[in-house]
Design a protein around this ligand. Structure first.
Ligand code: MN
Length: 285
């Protein structure tokens, strides 16, 4: 296997000023990762020229992820809100394209946050139509769209891989894939192996987030890593594996609250990222 190893930007920084961009990109390279995943909740916050220069200088690639919010929720019944969501997604797509990336994922199909009711039939249709619309635009730039399977407290549209595969099947575009995340799988799935096999069987295992059960350092929580990495090896997964971790040590005002990051799981980003990279080397190669 020749996986691409990534790290999520919030391991380093909570914003994207020139100094933050420099720190995040340089540190990602220093710790031996191939890719940085940009948290693009506000795509306009990224200086594309500066970021491109930094990626080139450090020999890195970029992907982007985001979750929509209340005002841009493409699973809303309100067409105006869906329209605002599509504009946000289009902006994120432009960012990925301009940075030479080939992946945009996350909770692109709904609000990232807690719902108090199930998604409606009409809302789910809006979501499916919107991802189809986004995928067609993405195809022009060779970009893949990933729908991230996310736990019940952060979306009501896709909580399991089975739901993701049904959703992707209905979207019916070749460049839409399932994005698995161990943190969410640990909450919602019956095993860490079966969802990997199911996504692979469907030809839709497109992107992987590795996150520990408490969102801190890999190997220090309750995730069954041998089962998960064993399944990736079993299906010959050679795509991207991105380390995702959050601590109150690095705060993005919006994302940290939405993800309920109330406590400190680590202080030292470099130590964390180096440790995670070593963990991945030990388990994946
Ligand atoms: Mn994730």
């Amino acid at each position: 296997m020749a996986n691409t190893f990534g790290v999520h930007g919030m391991v380093w920084v909570g914003g994207w000023s020139a100094a933050e961009a420099e720190k995040a990109v340089a540190s990602t390279a220093e710790c031996g990762y191939d890719l940085i995943e940009l948290p693009a909740l506000d795509p306009a916050a990224f200086d594309v020229d500066l970021t491109s220069r930094l990626l080139d200088k450090h020999g890195l690639r970029a992907a982007a992820s985001l979750g929509l919010d209340e005002a841009t929720d493409v699973s809303s019944e309100d067409g105006a809100v869906v329209g605002a969501g599509r504009r946000r997604l289009a902006d994120a797509l432009t960012l990925v394209r301009d940075l030479g990336g080939d992946y945009l994922g996350g909770v692109v199909f709904s609000k990232l946050g807690r719902y108090t009711e199930p998604v409606t039939e009409r809302g789910r249709s809006h979501s499916i139509e919107s991802i189809g619309w986004l995928a067609d635009r993405a195809a022009d730039s060779g970009i893949t769209i990933g729908v991230e399977v996310c736990n019940r407290y952060e979306t009501n549209v896709i909580n399991t891989v089975e739901q993701a595969l049904a959703f992707v099947d209905e979207v019916d575009r070749p460049n839409v894939v399932a994005h698995l995340d161990t943190y969410h799988m640990n909450i919602e799935e019956t095993s860490m192996r079966e969802p990997v096999l199911a996504a692979h069987r469907a030809g839709k295992l497109g992107y992987v987030h590795v996150g520990e059960s408490h969102r801190g350092q890999l190997g220090t929580g309750t995730i069954d890593w041998p089962a998960f990495f064993g399944a990736l090896a079993e299906v010959g997964y050679d795509g991207t594996i991105t380390f995702e971790s959050f601590s109150s040590a690095v705060v993005d005002r919006s994302l940290s609250s939405t993800l309920a990051i109330w406590r400190n799981t680590w202080d030292d980003s470099l130590e964390l990222a180096r440790g995670a990279r070593a963990f991945l080397r030990d388990h994946v190669g």
